[in-house]
Design a protein around this ligand. Structure first.
Ligand code: OAD
Length: 240
């Protein structure tokens, strides 16, 4: 970590009148949720193309369903961590105007954040892949065909090859464009188009990540560490 990074971080946060926080899977690993590209990440053992694409849903529904059922049942026991709660507090206190996340676990909202854009959807709601009718978690887990059209059901997540929810994307982009500060947390910056967002601000940028990743040196302040621990240290200093 840089010398005096905490002081610099607090200065940026206090000096900004419009701050956006953008999170990835590393935000939730301290809750026990695996990320995708670290050593213990999902994509180290599974090729995403076989489970997280429309083709997988259409051609290999069994495997698609098994992958998402495993993730849903894994998440059911897990909770937001201190980092999610600190971000929610910062938002309530007016220090953060928008949280945008690639995570589908809803932990920012569970922790109390109100303005959250879910750029990759949510794994906590379900719909028919054909007619988009909403279905229950139980119906999805039991593979009950859509009661409206008989189609296959799925979580409301963005699969590889699908468009991001346009309203979320536009709202996030508009906030990033006017931001004085964009704080990016726990992402490998590998997935398009979200990885383009940090470069679209004229404001200052902070990057918090456990591992070094390509693109990290483009930020004004880069902090190597665990999201929850880093946010806790900043929060302590902020309150002194
Ligand atoms: P990745 O798994 O690609 O990257 C997570 C990053 O978080 C890694 O660089 C880790 O080093 C870092 N990390 C892990 N634990 C951390 C911690 N406690 N504190 C700070 N950093 C930590 O996840 P994403 O970049 O979010 O999309 O992945 C983007 C998208 O790829 C996901 O939304 C998902 C995936 O495929 C879809 O499925 C469409």
């Amino acid at each position: 970590m840089n010398v005096n990074w905490e002081t610099e971080f607090v200065k940026l946060l206090k000096g900004s009148s419009h701050t956006v926080i953008l999170t990835g899977a590393g935000m939730s690993t301290e809750s026990g949720v695996p990320d995708f590209r670290s050593k213990a990440g999902w994509w180290k053992n599974i090729d995403p193309l076989t489970v997280a694409t429309v083709e997988a849903l259409e051609d290999n529904y069994e495997l698609f369903h098994e992958f998402y059922s495993t993730r849903i049942s894994g998440l059911s026991q897990l909770k937001p961590n201190k980092g999610h709660f600190i971000i929610a507090d910062w938002q309530k206190e007016g220090l953060v105007q928008l949280v945008a996340t690639q995570n589908v676990d809803n932990f920012h909202q569970t922790a109390g954040a109100e303005h959250v854009q879910t750029l990759h959807g949510s794994i906590k709601s379900y719909r028919c892949n054909d007619c988009r009718a909403e279905v229950s978690e139980t119906a999805f887990l039991k593979k009950v065909p859509c009661p409206t059209c008989g189609g296959r059901t799925r979580p409301n997540v963005v699969l590889f090859g699908e468009m991001l929810p346009q309203e979320s994307w536009q709202t996030t982009l508009a906030n990033i464009e006017i931001a004085d500060l964009v704080i990016v947390i726990g992402t490998s910056l590998e997935v398009y188009p979200v990885n383009q967002l940090p470069a679209m601000t004229n404001g200052k940028t902070v990057f918090i990540n456990l591992d070094e990743v390509r693109g990290a040196n483009a930020f004004d302040l880069t902090i190597k560490g665990k999201a929850g621990e880093v946010l806790e240290r900043v929060d302590e200093l902020l309150r002194k």
